[in-house]
Ligand binder design. Sequence first.
Ligand code: UD1
Ligand code: UDP
Length: 387
Amino acid sequence: MLKIMSVFGTRPEAIKLAPVIKELQQHPSTIKSIVAVTAQHRQMLDSVLNVFAIQPDHDLNIMKNNQGLSDITCEVLKSIEAIYEQEQPDLVLVQGDTTTVFAASLAAYYQRIPVGHVEAGLRSHNKHHPFPEEINRCLTSVMAHLHFTPTHDAKTNLLNEGVREDTIYVTGNTVIDALLDVAARDFKFDNDLLNDIKGRMVLITAHRRENFGKPFNDICDAIITLAHKYPNITFVYPVHLNPNVRNVVYPLLGNISNIILIEPLEYVSFVHLMKRAYIILTDSGGIQEEAPSINKPVLILREVTERPEAVRAGIAKLVGTYPTSIITETTRLLEDTKEYTRMTHIPNPFGDGHAAQRIVALIKHKLIQNKDTVTKKSSNVCAENRR
Ligand code: UD1
Ligand code: UDP
């Protein structure tokens, strides 16, 4: 029996690991699936656990209000150790680039437990954008034994860093599995403000640490200008629970009649809100991947992206955080129907909804049939991963 421990802490990790956990549970004769949450996010994590009916076996409950990066790193590192010691998993699975991912991988490395990294290989090639995610994922790649990349671009990034080709698997992104599951569910918004929206709607999310300060104020200025320019369009912004976001967004955008500020939505509602949107403005990673699957143009509120596939395909545009650029590109999409139609007819480059099945099949194959390559407590766990 293989013991696979999925470790995660935030909303996007939970959404993207949920399909993998569900698939691990489909193999009870060969796999024992264990779920450990750090709860780097509390409410936003619990909401996803609820949507996908996942019951954690271990909950480290580390979140503190306005936590710092060192707080998260130290808390995860210290508290996950005992769980690893108790469970002795054959593989720790992590997803993405949060501080939970980096610290849970480091703790596994310290105990010589192999790490499987889902959504491996994304790179912006700029260590401050996004911050600290670019460094979190680079460091995780150095420690991981199995790299499940969403795209061929991501595989190339790992090869360029010297990762051995026979440890890299292009699987598609598991967020598409989650999205297709949820988008098919019956649904009505609890909030009548959302049910009653008439006409076109622009959906906004923004939460990145590197945008705190002036960039965030600039994004809000652009939204204010757009809301005044287009009084018949509704702008909906589910505001992230990070106080650094809320303390800026509520005072600046709170009193404009066609801007609706709401609490973060649970995943099913959010997916249906994306489907209802005309355009999405976001600095989120996951939303850049989801929007093309539901044919929504995305304007990315960042200077660089580690997901160039959608920009290259033409369904997403990098607009940065300067108001003029955000206003110009949003106006273009609202007024130029030809450009809008062109952007909405592009296939999703991130996956086909079967990534989780591929990942679990590969884990079984690698761990059962190829124990020489990924061996628990191997004497040379790092070296075997690099060329
Ligand atoms: C984190 C990740 C980021 C990811 C994002 C997804 C790091 C460093 N950052 O950023 O990569 O894109 O999650 O949303 O790993 N809070 C709550 N309740 C919650 C969640 C957050 O109150 O359920 C508040 C707390 O005050 C918390 C703060 O938000 O201290 C920041 O949370 P944190 O996880 O440190 O950063 P995020 O900006 O959420
Ligand atoms: N999301 C959600 N509710 C919201 C906003 C976003 O469920 O109110 C989902 C979204 O569909 C995507 C994920 O959360 O799957 C993205 O999370 P976030 O933007 O917080 O993090 P990132 O992807 O940037 O790391």
